[in-house]
Design a binder for this molecule. Sequence first.
Ligand SMILES: [Zn+2]
Length: 316
Amino acid sequence: MQVIDNGQCLICGGEMKFFLTGKDYLYRTSKKDFKIYKCTICGLERITPMPSSVELKNAYPEKYYSLNMVNNMGLLSKIKKSSIQINYACKNLAVKKLVAGAMNIFYYFGLPENFKEGSRALDIGCGDGYDVQLMRHCNWEAYGFEVGARGSLENVFYDSSLDLVDFGGMQFDLVRMWHSFEHMKDPRACLVVINSLMKENGFLVMAVPNTRSVAAWFFGKYYLGRDIPRHLFGYNDKNIVTLLAKNNFKVIKIRYQSLNGIAASISNLINEKFKTKLDWQGNFIWIALWLPLEYFISFARLSDQMSIVVTKELSE
Ligand SMILES: [Zn+2]
């Protein structure tokens, strides 16, 4: 995917102006400073210039979270796995709704509550394939895509870019981008590919950080959702709707959710200021401490993350 650095916002055409400088505070893969530019009209954020392919490759260490989901099953992953399995296995609609409701209060995982036997799903940016395996276990016909050389999982497609993958003409009931869209070098090209992969009545479910959030405003360059230099773009709940609409999608629901944004952003800040190596991101007690505040902020629609359910806009 080719990226054009022309100083214009790719969503609204507005002027991109320098916003902040920051570096990799989360995994400390390099000491290099990266600049983020921000659209003066719609607020789209973008790393400028784009990190090189080598810089991006080096920015994903072996311990990167999505590559270690299967082996590092934390408490949250275990709760997630059980609740999804119970929900999909349950035949009683009332109980199903109850389980789904409880799941959503706790945390929405981006897997639809209702599942029809044999539905086909594609998890883009599937990491080590944890959710692909989970869906297959629940009788989905699930596939994944991940950037990189061929891995060992047979249901996962690997390549340097999504548009290069040959899906053999398959179309999907569900395309899922769970915290992967903000890593895409060319969001518009990515949406064109996704649109072509979705069945007419299919769904796209995505989760992205929200730059119109309390955490983004308060923590600035330390905000977990900016995750320099891995997050190439930063979206908010308005400009992403515009971007999707311009690419023939219709947003049917936005969920405002926070989980570990504040806990991890504080850890980023302290580690940088005091040269410590605290790993609070995976500490459930530390995360739980901030949950009441996170819930309150999510209720006010200023959460550090958002999940979006999208359908195809069909031409008449
Ligand atoms: Zn803009």
